[in-house]
Design a protein around this ligand. Sequence first.
Ligand code: ADP
Length: 412
Amino acid sequence: MNSTLHIEIVQRQHSCLDRNELLRNVKKVTVDGLITSGMTMRSFNNSLLNEHVESIMFSEFNNEEGKVIDFKTVNVRYYVYRLNVEGQQTEVMDGGDGEDDELSAASHWILPSVDFHGLWENLIYDSTIKENLLSFVETTILFSDCKVNTNIISWNRVVLLHGPPGTGKTSLCKALAQKLAIRLGHRFTHGELIEINSHSLFSKWFSESGKLVLKMFTKIQEYIEDPQALVCVLIDEVESLTHARQSALAGTEPSDSLRVVNAVLTQIDQIRRYPNVLILTTSNITAAIDLAFVDRADIKQYIGLPSVHAIYKIYQSCILELKRTGIVTSIDNIVPFKYLQLPRTEHDNTMAFQLSMQLFSIARQSEGLSGRTLRKIPFLAHAYYIQVPQVSLEDFINAMHKAVIKQLSDRK
Ligand code: ADP
């Protein structure tokens, strides 16, 4: 079976160019050009595209990064979309007693949103976690759309990502929602992402009654009623619900919390019946997830700490960004990880290779740090050890080394 090449085209905000006209021009610049997997084009040999297109991104599932794509052997799928620039909206709910009682219950985005552009590509995992999640959900939506009888083939629309903090679970949920809104553009006109703030669920007002939970889900229901909208509901750190439930059962917390948890679970059961709904949940504590949640989730995925390979790629992407912005100045590029594994040749004496080997050794030292911490290392390296607007790659890598040592010793 041929693999599929996904070509995502971001149309400029105010462009009204017809889709077919746009695609005709995209085909002109992509077929004869040298396209590699994972690449993004931002400027084109075509004035129409320069005027109407922000970027074109190419991705081929399971293909190694940087491999030249042979258009004759792939199925090509095109997605044309505009990014929503409104960003995050806060859903405020009042507790019923006037202005002071306003409570930020949830955040809301219309997808694809500018806030999550590139998030998917910048989350780096060794295995095919991201692609598997995407195809799981695509199958879910297909089965729902085709009204496959769930008594014969069972599936549901709840995803649970669990693992240590800072490993990208929340970001992956958001990135997944964004990716789906893009890839399912033929089925939905847009996506809605609602992130429920689990902590405010247990604040004063929510705990007082399950009514506010109901109020919040009524709002969500309004979004769901538009069948052209893909509605993704994100509940972060579901262990806080579990905790509240257990404490209530043990008598250490008021039974109101139990009411809230039960109200949330009932509401989830209500909305997960709809074909355009996806419920995304995360938990930092694998052992303590409420069975009620585990049972509801079809897709349970453990997200662990990054391996050396992933760490190297994360650092590489950070350095690329600092080069793009002119802070790191160097003609040398960090080489792809796979080149470090090959038998040694005369190229190994190049500066780029030497620096890459140094970065690899820093990556090895960084094992055990979360993705969140890793993405801060370049910042800390600059703030502590550079402090000038421009720096060579060599000096920057040395500073990163010091920053990692400091990070590891601060943790002790
Ligand atoms: P969690 O929900 O697991 O606590 P977050 O989604 O809040 O983690 O992650 C915070 C940030 O850490 C992300 O936005 C991302 O920048 C970075 N990060 C975490 N894991 C990875 C990863 N595997 N690859 C790249 N970046 C990562």
